[in-house]
Design a protein around this ligand. Structure first.
Ligand code: 9PG
Length: 616
């Protein structure tokens, strides 16, 4: 292993894994956006992980080796890539690529960039590398670059502006070899249990993983909300057998009712829009609470749009480039184009945002805070306070300090517990603050938006397809690193381009491979024959599938096996646009739980965009 001379390495055995602990070999001031830690060849990695000779041979000769790529933030792509496959970067609108990229150079030809964790898989065999961090100390986020041709791996940290004294630990990388999905998952769980971060969510549900659920306004109304629309939604939730009432509320489970984007004066100005919400937001939180639901609200604390007050009146709070111009943090056509972000190194920004959270949680009484667009904390720029001891100099140190403060109100009004959901958030820097985390792109009432898919090619584009591939791709993180929020399940038929089979696929994949079930339909539109019948079927399936742990594994492009730990349930997910033929010997149509398959001679043809499940 070639270790960068600025660091020294200590290898230890922990949790039946190798712990590679890197510390500063000298006093260091980090000036570059990506600092190399080490480079290692595949053979040496196998030696280090004590992979036996036979397994290693199998590894090297397998025809179906894949590399796991985990994108930087919630909306970035995550999943296994086979030879020749790559993730597209948004084009045409460069400020959209900013969303998903993360710090450091984008991936070069011939390599796969993966943040936080990566693995190489051949059949059941997995060689896994990840940044385990340390519960007692915050370390910089780690990126891995895997060479596609020889599986050599380079690792680097993102710590620009940071300083380390000689001997300071800069990273703890874990390495292990396991066979099987659940053996891998257990190894991750062993490490992240040490952070104890799930305990903060105990009130949202019982069991592991916790399964919170509820209503959110976004995919129902988008920004078109007002006091009477929200009031109407609230009244309607309990009025029929919709998913949230049937599966959560009526069964006495904690249920969220979350107001999304559209309540505020402007993105970056977190006061109620007085025209839409003349009674203010506090009274709504009380009304939600009075109905026995947990009041939730959306806020994007780190970003500012051109129209908002901070942008105009407190320009000194904005992150700037070295010529003094505000740095774009993204592009959103709904927010009249380019938007910007705050300089999170500033005390004034911390005080200002702390005041925003104080208002939402303490003054108004919201207890489920969806903090969105958090990736903006890592946008590169010249931060005003780069030097210790002003609070740490690197983005990850500022981010950590700020997020700790913004999520510090764990009890709101009358001592009731508060939960924070991270969204659009950098995963490694966020997990200890946001055990509840959006792990994928927005789902949408359409499988793919052709313009976003073919023209913009943004990896985090809102679409059922991108959403599902992330839910599957990140299933190893659910219940280990995160209580995963896969975004919403749809049961509606109006304003809806997904077929029943596609909606069922979303509903089941979310339930089996992630934790939170959010929902965003207008339940007043629901009729007995269609929406309520569909809902009853989903609830029936949830009840039948509950109590087991599930996993998924890629078997081909857009094709996945799905299975329970106990082997009692198995199935197939086809995310492709074509029917896919599989040998029928594995599946017994007589024992189907849900099947979208047609029998051929010795084969089954699985319908496009479908999930089939069988009793094993
Ligand atoms: C509110 C929304 C909802 C939603 C969030 C986030 O990459 N994109 O183009 C992109 C667009 C919108 C978006 C995320 C990504 O939506 O995920 O649930 O809260 O903000 O504006």
């Amino acid at each position: 292993m070639k270790v960068d001379p600025r660091f020294s390495l200590l290898v230890a055995d922990r949790d039946r894994q190798k712990a590679l602990r890197f510390s500063a070999a000298e006093d260091l001031a980090i000036g570059e956006s990506a600092t190399p830690l080490f480079d290692v060849g595949f053979g040496e990695l196998c030696d280090l992980a004590e992979v036996g000779a036979r397994q290693r041979q199998a590894f090297e000769s397998a025809g179906d080796r894949t590399i796991f790529s985990n994108g930087w933030q919630s909306w970035s792509f995550s999943g296994e890539l086979a030879a020749g496959e790559r993730v597209h970067r948004a084009r045409i609108i460069p400020n959209i690529a900013v969303y998903c990229d993360g710090p450091g150079p984008i991936e070069a030809r011939g390599e796969i960039l993966s943040r936080f964790l990566t693995y190489i898989r051949a059949g059941e065999a997995r060689l896994v590398l990840f940044s385990a961090g340390m519960p007692e100390r915050v370390t910089p986020p780690v990126s891995f670059r895997v060479d596609r041709s020889n599986f050599g791996i380079g690792a680097e940290i993102s710590a620009k502006g940071g300083q380390f004294a000689k001997g300071d630990i800069v990273a703890e990388i874990r390495l292990f070899y396991r066979e099987g999905y659940f053996a891998t998952k257990d190894a991750l769980r062993d490490v992240f249990r040490g952070f104890g971060h799930f305990e903060r969510l105990a009130f949202l549900g019982s069991g592991t993983p916790v399964v919170p659920g509820g209503y959110e306004s976004w995919y129902n109304h988008y920004t078109g909300i007002d006091d009477s629309i929200i009031g109407g939604d609230l009244a309607a939730i309990g009025a029929n057998d919709n998913l949230i009432n049937a599966y959560y509320l009526r069964r006495g489970k904690p249920t969220v009712f979350q107001i999304d984007d559209g309540w505020e004066k402007a993105v970056g100005q977190w006061e109620p829009d007085e025209v839409k919400f003349p009674r203010g937001m506090k009274v709504l939180a009380e009304e939600i609470e009075a109905k026995g639901l947990i009041p939730g609200i959306w806020v994007a604390p780190l970003i500012v749009t051109k129209g908002c007050e901070v942008f105009k009146k407190r320009p000194e709070l904005l992150l700037r480039d070295d010529r003094g111009n505000p740095v774009p943090a993204g592009y959103n056509s709904g927010w009249n184009g380019v938007f910007y972000c705050l300089d999170i190194s500033l005390r004034e920004v911390e005080e200002y945002l702390d005041g925003v959270l104080e208002r939402l949680v303490v003054e108004w009484g919201y207890r489920y805070l969806k903090l969105d667009f958090l990736y903006a904390g890592f946008i590169e720029g010249s931060r005003a306070r780069p030097v210790k001891p002003a609070g740490g100099g690197a983005a990850y140190e500022h981010y950590n300090r700020l997020m700790r403060r913004l999520t510090s109100r764990t009890r709101g009004t009358r001592g009731r517990e508060v939960a924070y959901l991270g969204c659009g958030a950098p995963l490694e820097p966020s997990f200890r603050h946001f055990p509840l985390m959006r792990i994928g792109a927005d789902t949408k009432e359409v499988w793919e938006d052709p313009f976003l898919k073919r023209v913009v090619r943004h990896q985090g584009r809102p679409a059922a397809y991108t959403n599902l591939s992330n839910t599957i791709g990140r299933s190893l993180l659910d219940g280990t690193v995160f209580v995963s929020d896969p975004d919403v399940v749809f049961c509606r038929t109006t304003r809806m381009e997904l077929t029943d089979t596609e909606k069922e696929l979303v509903a089941l994949a979310d339930f089996m491979l992630a934790s939170q079930i959010m929902f965003s339909d207008d339940t007043r539109e629901f009729g007995e024959k269609e929406e309520l019948a569909f809902t009853a079927r989903v609830v029936g399936l949830y009840d039948r599938l509950a109590g087991r742990e599930y996993g998924a594994e890629r078997i081909g492009r857009d094709m996945f096996r799905i299975f329970s730990r106990d082997g009692k349930v198995m199935g197939l997910v086809n995310l492709s646009d074509r029917a896919r033929i599989q040998p029928s010997s594995r599946w017994n149509l007589e024992k189907a739980i849900v099947a979208h398959a047609r029998r051929g001679d010795d084969t089954l043809a699985f319908a496009p965009r479908s999930l089939s499940l069988f009793e094993g």
